[in-house]
Design a protein around this ligand. Structure first.
Ligand code: 13P
Length: 288
């Protein structure tokens, strides 16, 4: 079916009380692993691309062309959205022009007035191209692509102000952070999440920092309106552990074990394994 906006799949997820996973991609293997797992599990999927990852892959146009061609050549029929993760004002426009079908404009580091102004403009621009828009209120802690967020709990009234701009889904900080959670992490703030849902009604909510959140907290967040969950670090850790094992077992030294198509194989399979686990946990299997 080609790439689609993430709007419809997330409206359906919110109504159906499950969440769609956003899995971030870094290269061809990552993309292929996630797409084939989504197809095998008949699950909708969102491929997340940070500006840093897009730069690593040489630019938005390369990513967009690769993903579109892969969906076609692998006969992927489940809904797939290509989504810019934590886009800047300029990045959002560039990714939209390059064929991304969903954009996160992260204006959380601006004051609320400027966040509103810029989110409104990006939303109008994206909607004219049938591209879905995610906005953010209350920064998400941790480090991603060198950007360190201190992690704050979003103000429900500010969430309502951003929701009223007509964005398609909203990321609201509720004590979640990118990367692995520290030992002394206090968990998700469900009171804040409930208050945010109260203010934003049917709008699908997004949970960033999906790596390392206990399963029962994921399940509870879905009951409180979370319809999209972002996972990045966990795929990286699975890829790393499988690659390390392959090399530590000396498999790269045997026969043609040095061939990148063999060397990257275990990491590829490991990404497939964790993506399937997450799709089952989020409830998106057979929801394509
Ligand atoms: P993790 O790296 O913690 O899984 O977070 C991913 C994310 O929120 C991407 O926006």
């Amino acid at each position: 079916m080609g790439l689609v906006s993430a709007k419809e799949m997330l409206v359906k997820a919110k109504e159906g009380h499950y969440a769609v996973g956003q899995f971030n991609i870094n290269n061809l293997e990552w993309t292929k692993a996630i797409l084939t797992t989504a197809q095998e599990n008949n699950s909708p999927v969102i491929l997340g691309v940070s500006e840093g990852a897009a730069k690593y892959m040489t630019g938005f146009k390369t990513v967009s062309a690769m993903v579109a061609a892969m969906v076609e050549e692998l006969n992927i029929t489940v809904p797939v959205a290509l989504h810019l993760d934590h886009g800047s004002y300029e990045g959002a426009k560039a990714a939209a022009a390059a064929g991304f079908t969903s954009i996160m404009f992260d204006g959380s580091h601006y004051g609320i007035e400027e966040n509103i102004e810029k989110t409104k403009e990006i939303t109008e621009f994206c909607h004219s191209l049938n591209i879905s828009v995610e906005a953010e209120v209350g920064s998400i802690g941790g480090e991603e692509d060198g950007v360190v967020g201190k992690g704050e709990v979003a103000d429900p009234k500010e969430c309502k102000m951003i929701a009223d701009l007509g964005v398609d889904f909203l990321a609201a900080g509720i004590g979640n952070i990118h990367g692995q959670y520290p030992e002394n992490w206090e968990g998700l703030d469900f009171e804040a999440l409930a208050a945010i849902q109260q203010e934003t009604g049917a709008l699908p909510l997004v949970l960033h920092g999906g790596t390392g959140i206990p399963d029962e907290m994921i399940a509870k967040s879905i009951t409180l309106g979370v319809s999209k969950i972002n996972v990045n670090t966990e795929c990286q850790l699975y890829f790393q552990a499988a690659t390390r094992k392959y090399i530590e077992e000396g498999k790269d030294l045997k026969g043609k074990g040095f061939d990148p198509r063999k060397l990257l194989g275990p990491g590829y399979e490991a990404i497939k394994e964790i993506v399937k686990i997450k799709m089952e946990l989020f409830g998106s299997v057979n929801k394509a």
